[in-house]
Design a protein around this ligand. Sequence first.
Ligand code: PEP
Length: 258
Amino acid sequence: MNYRRKIIAGNWKMHKTASESKNLVQDILSELKDWNEGDVVLCVPFTSLQTAGALLESQTVVELGAQNLHQAPQGAFTGEISAGMLRDLFVRYVIIGHSERRQYFGETNALINQKIKTALTSTLKPILCYGETLQERESNLWKSVLESQIKESLAGFTEAEMETVILAYEPVWAIGTGKTASPDQAQEAHAFSRTILTQLFGKAVADKTRIQYGGSVKPENAQELLQQQDIDGALVGGASLEARSFASLVKKGCQALA
Ligand code: PEP
């Protein structure tokens, strides 16, 4: 049995206006009242951060996350959002390198590395997303893809900095497709990721680092996935957009003993 505390994060992507977010946060809070068996994070759109933050600041069950940041502390970057702006709204976590950002916005491992550095400098906890495409899995390239994504994204960080970094293995072929990696496939990728972390930072850091699984996680499959030895939580897209389903997923996932 591992001792890592489970962490479940909802990624709302580009869904929910600020007023819709208010309702959804309130509903999630009432479903998860007094919950304390794992960390729960809501990564809402930028425009909902203030509303969500105001609802979350008086409780400790659910924390606030963002979905991206700019790597520079400030400057002439029209349309971008800095780490300081997020901190000012009581954001604690930030998703970095989601496959949709890699695919549609050309984010590279080198850029993701800079963004993680910026997050850490501002005491935001980065959730580093990585994972292979269907083609890479089918041509048995997934291990080398994961290895280079992890090594390049985490190059240069210290063991102390790694204490607040969370990883999220998200096979691209399982995101938003309804196709989940089997618990065995996910466990194999997570165990492999931990061996890469051991090479980079040593066993003590690798053993402590939490690695979420993401890709069509639902209340029905959360427990089986999260009871795998190296799966420490979930990053959840679609199923985080409805309060009852998200709360049920959190309860089943956090109670899974790995
Ligand atoms: C995600 O957006 O990170 C994700 C895993 O989405 P979904 O749960 O909808 O597959």
